[in-house]
Design a protein around this ligand. Structure first.
Ligand SMILES: Nc1ncnc2c1ncn2[C@@H]1O[C@H](COP(=O)(O)OP(=O)(O)O)[C@@H](O)[C@H]1O
Ligand SMILES: O=C(CO)[C@H](O)[C@H](O)COP(=O)(O)O
Length: 552
């Protein structure tokens, strides 16, 4: 058989990346990136309407541009014929949702709604639905809803229903006009196939859905707001298909727009970070994957169905069919380094970086590497965009303790990196304490490719070996692997994600191993982190919340 190819489309926070992969070997043949023209809308809408603090929107037209620009671009770059492309899978940030009209067009495309913020895509890091999230948690607690324990006992403002409720409460006309609310991931899959389906991955992690029990009852939704009584059968309709299944086939119209063949197999969509799991080959219990980029998501495959503190989603068929997978994470990782580099680094450092031919991250990494663990005298909290793990509290903010007149920028940069490593250690401890083994750790995403110091610090702080996926486009690769499974072995793909992982996934030979002297020092520093963590995250939580309110 001729060589066959699959396409993975990774819709990240800032851009969409398309990857063309040879199915038999997993070889990455061509890639193309389309930056979102409108980026993240966190200050104003395209027309200038101002947005409040904690808002983060996107323009759905940018996603369609990714498909129509970057899919033909990879075929052209690789000189591959559409006849040899057998499948396509997409991954997306989540919960990234949008309201749609009866034709499944985004409401913000309509003139009538183009100046209404609630008609746009609410990006995963839109945190303005915190009051609504708290309300869902409270009602679920009072009613003793069993589903709550699968989400660590707290509903996050990042998820689908708090975002929908915010629309309903603030602009009920948009809620009324919406024929459907969908995850952007499922909307695009449905746009490609013409079918209305949702993914067990997106609904399981972000919309309270469970394979055995389905969604919570309509009584629960009514107790939150009577106007939500029929939401499941109306604006949330759509069968849930399991991850690893085929969502449908590419329509003629979309085939023309993408330069692919009508009938190409389209996979059920998956959350971006989660796609890194098969791409690292981590498809068995005990294997944990950290998808490290703007944020970090920690995914652990298990066969144990039990609640774990700080886990913000435990879903059967969530990532790997047949297994339960846990997800938890840290909201700002690369984002907190970006904050420092963009907002706080002095000009002399920027100049030094320019003269050395490095970007500011690279220069600070080089300088921070000269320090021994603890030598900065700084301890930071990794809550630059709230906490999504053990505390599940988006109203917490960051902190750095230990500044003095001699503190240098590279020390702050190192302290920020260390804070994110401590946050990860706390997550691992939470799994282990809950009785779920973490046997192997894999890293995927942009950060492992860019910052060796960061990876070594993670190995030292966690005292674990870290394996790194051998792909710079792991999420897109994972999405492509699901595309290969949707196509099936007869077409030149695979019959299961396990087969696909065996042939298409790889880790680098070089791993990051803990350095014993560093491990010892970090054990002590971690105990300081825990003190500060519990002080600001629990004891003085009200103070932190008060500070956040002042900023509004
Ligand atoms: N050398 C570096 N060291 C640490 N962080 C970096 C470096 N270069 C870029 N970053 C951070 O990486 C993040 C982007 O990660 P990436 O994986 O490319 O994107 P995404 O998570 O959106 O898919 C940004 O937040 C940026 O601040
Ligand atoms: O919440 C998520 C997964 O559950 C987001 O999709 C994820 O955090 C976005 O991350 P990034 O921009 O780093 O890819």
């Amino acid at each position: 058989m001729d060589k066959k190819y699959v396409i993975g489309v990774d819709f990240g926070t800032e851009s969409g990346r398309v990857l063309l992969v040879e199915t038999g070997s997993g070889k990455e043949v061509a890639t193309n990136v389309t930056a979102y023209r409108h980026g993240v809308l966190d200050n104003t809408l395209p027309g200038g309407v101002p947005l409040e603090l904690d808002w983060a929107l996107q323009h759905p037209g940018d996603y369609l541009d990714v498909l129509s620009e970057s899919v033909p671009a990879v075929l052209e770059k690789a000189d591959v014929s559409a006849d040899d492309v057998i499948g396509l899978g997409i991954d997306f940030t989540a919960s990234t949702i949008l309201p749609l009209d009866r034709e499944r067009e985004p409401l913000c495309f309509m003139k009538k709604w183009k100046n209404e913020p609630h008609s746009y895509v609410k990006l995963w890091k839109h945190h303005a639905a915190q009051p609504e999230a708290d309300e869902f948690t409270e009602v679920a607690e009072v009613r003793g809803e069993a589903f709550l324990k699968r989400y660590g006992g707290k509903i996050s403002s990042e998820w689908m229903f708090p975002k929908i409720l915010q629309i309903l409460r603030e602009v009920p006309e948009v809620f009324e006009e919406a024929d459907l609310f969908m995850e952007a991931c499922d909307w695009l899959t449905s746009r490609l196939t013409g079918n209305l389906h949702r993914s067990s991955n997106t609904t399981g992690y972000k919309a309270f859905w469970n394979k055995k029990e389905g969604y919570p009852s309509s009584e629960f939704f009514t107790a939150v707001d009577p106007r939500l009584e029929d939401i499941l059968g109306t604006k949330m309709r759509g069968d849930v298909l399991s991850i690893g299944e085929k969502a449908g086939e590419l329509t003629g119209e979309m085939a023309q727009a993408l330069g692919l063949k009508p009938g190409t197999a389209i996979a059920v969509g998956i959350i971006d970070a989660h796609a890194g799991v098969p791409a690292a080959g981590a498809v068995r219990p005990g294997q944990m994957v950290m998808a490290m980029g703007t944020s970090t998501c920690h995914m652990l495959i298990t066969d144990k169905d039990q609640p774990i503190a700080g886990v913000c989603g435990s879903v059967e068929d969530g990532i790997i069919p047949g297994y339960i997978s846990f997800e938890t994470g840290q909201v700002a990782v690369g984002d907190s380094f970006a904050w420092y580099v963009d907002q706080a680094v002095p000009d002399y450092v920027k100049k030094e970086a320019e003269e050395a031919g490095l970007n500011v991250h690279q220069l600070l990494e080089r300088k921070a590497a000269a320090y021994q663990p603890g030598q900065t005298g700084l301890i930071a909290l990794d809550w630059w965009n709230g906490n999504r793990s053990v505390l599940v509290d988006s109203q917490l903010s960051g902190a750095i303790i230990g500044f003095n007149l001699a503190t240098k920028p590279e020390e702050v940069y190192r302290a920020l990196i260390e804070s994110t490593a401590y946050g990860t250690k706390k997550i691992i401890e939470s799994f282990v304490k809950g009785g779920v083994a973490v046997d192997e750790i894999f890293a995927v995403g942009g950060l492992p490719e860019r910052n060796r110091l960061l990876m070594q610090i993670y190995a030292d702080v966690t005292n674990r070996e870290i394996k790194v996926a051998d792909s710079s486009q792991t999420t897109a690769l994972g999405a492509a692997m699901y595309g290969a499974v949707a196509a099936g072995s007869e077409a030149g793909g695979y019959d299961s994600i396990f087969d696909a992982a065996q042939h298409m996934a790889r880790v680098k030979e070089e791993t990051y191993k803990p350095i014993p002297e560093h491990v010892k020092i970090y054990e002590e520093l971690y105990s300081y982190y825990l003190e500060v963590h519990d002080f600001f995250g629990q004891e003085k939580k009200a103070l932190m919340h008060g500070l956040k309110k002042l900023k509004k």
